[in-house]
Design a protein around this ligand. Structure first.
Ligand code: NAD
Ligand code: LMR
Length: 324
């Protein structure tokens, strides 16, 4: 069987330290599919990177055919089928994700150009590095020969946080919760939507009251990343790697019938959201394509929050317009 080429940037960082071992173990593509890992790191991390590669080899993963390490994105992305853009500075305590924009934006314009030149034309590219939505927009603009539908920014971690918090509140297993949505930016303005969510087939808002939803659940999901940083002193890593894996698995193999995921994609104007921003919507994946779930009723409560997070993305876009 032909090996899948998986490119991962920031490969010596925290998230990659969780992700790479799960990829190589077959958690993404299953127990039959061999892979080649193409790892991108900056030169100054060469020792740490070499240590991670040593550990990967020491696992003797049967599916791992080859590990390539480089500081050159054109080598890292050559013929890549699946791409995780993780390499970027994380925020520290007290910072907002958009404070990272000036530090990280340049990385994504360079990498977009490299993807455009050398990756498979139908490669699936997931942007994790923050601020993920606007970094994804930069990447898309710099890869004009690739279909914008091949790109997404990760809001799956927010989605998973929402699933887990709702399940806990309803004393139900996560598998009984469906149709939670994250709208907008992977930031404090994101809107976690329970109006369409179900627990054991019954509307979520019949299980919980509006006061809990508005004043507890929404701010908890919005602030979860900062809370992890406050408690751990570092930003989320294992849960981020898990979300990246969940996202890519569903993108490749499809979302379960009757349910959806959240992912940020280039807006096509659905739900009246401005075009040319990367906005999180409820999504289904089918035949390797992500599609926005259409036709949901949006009430005034939701609409005002969806507009607020849209506005923030428009401001972020304005701040990096030179890179588009
Ligand atoms: P980290 O600092 O541990 O690792 C980042 C790695 O990227 C470092 O090893 C660094 O050397 C490398 N890097 C920097 N510039 C690079 C470049 N040009 N090319 C290749 N590699 C480069 O950080 P982390 O905890 O792994 O987080 C990575 C990013 O993911 C951060 O921006 C973080 O905020 C973001 N993040 C996003 C989500 C999400 O839900 N979207 C969740 C968690 C973290
Ligand atoms: C998260 O949501 O955990 C990440 O985006 C890291 C952060 O800065 O919050």
């Amino acid at each position: 069987m032909k090996a899948t080429r998986i490119a991962v940037t920031g490969a010596a960082g925290q998230i990659s330290y969780s992700l790479l071992f799960r990829l190589a173990a077959g958690d993404l593509l299953g127990p039959e599919q061999p892979m080649i890992l193409q790892l991108l790191e900056i030169e100054t991390m060469a020792d740490a990177m070499a240590g991670v590669v040593m550990e990967l080899k020491d696992c003797a993963f049967p599916l791992l055919q080859e590990v390539l390490v480089t500081a050159d994105p054109y080598q890292a992305f050559a013929d890549a089928d699946l791409v995780f853009l993780i390499g970027a500075r994380p925020r520290g305590p007290g910072m907002k994700r958009k404070d990272l924009l000036s530090a990280n934006a340049g990385i994504f314009s360079e990498q977009g150009k490299a993807l455009n030149e050398v990756a498979q034309k139908d490669a699936k590219v997931l942007v994790v590095g923050n601020p993920a939505n606007t970094n994804a927009l930069i990447t898309i603009h710099n890869a004009p020969d690739m279909n914008p539908q091949n790109f997404a920014a990760m809001t799956r971690l927010d989605h998973n946080r929402a699933l887990s918090l709702l399940a806990e509140k309803c004393h139900s297993p996560v598998m009984d919760v469906r149709r939670v949505s994250i709208w907008g930016n992977h930031s404090l303005t994101q809107f976690p939507d329970l109006f369409h969510a179900q627990v054991k087939g019954k509307p979520a808002l019949e299980w919980v009251d509006m006061d809990w939803y508005e004043n507890d659940f929404i701010p908890t999901v919005q602030n979860r990343g900062a809370e992890v940083i406050r408690l751990r002193g570092k930003s989320s890593a294992a849960s981020a790697a898990n979300a990246a894996l969940d996202h890519m698995r569903d993108w490749v193999f499809g979302t379960p019938a009757g349910d959806w995921i959240s992912a940020a994609v280039l807006s096509d104007g659905s739900y009246g959201i401005a075009g040319d921003i990367v906005y999180s919507f409820p999504m289904i994946a089918e035949n390797g394509l992500l599609q926005i779930v259409q036709g949901l009723d949006i009430n005034d409560f939701s609409r005002s929050r969806m507009k607020r997070t849209e506005q923030e993305l428009l401001e972020e876009r304005d701040a990096i317009k030179d890179l588009l």
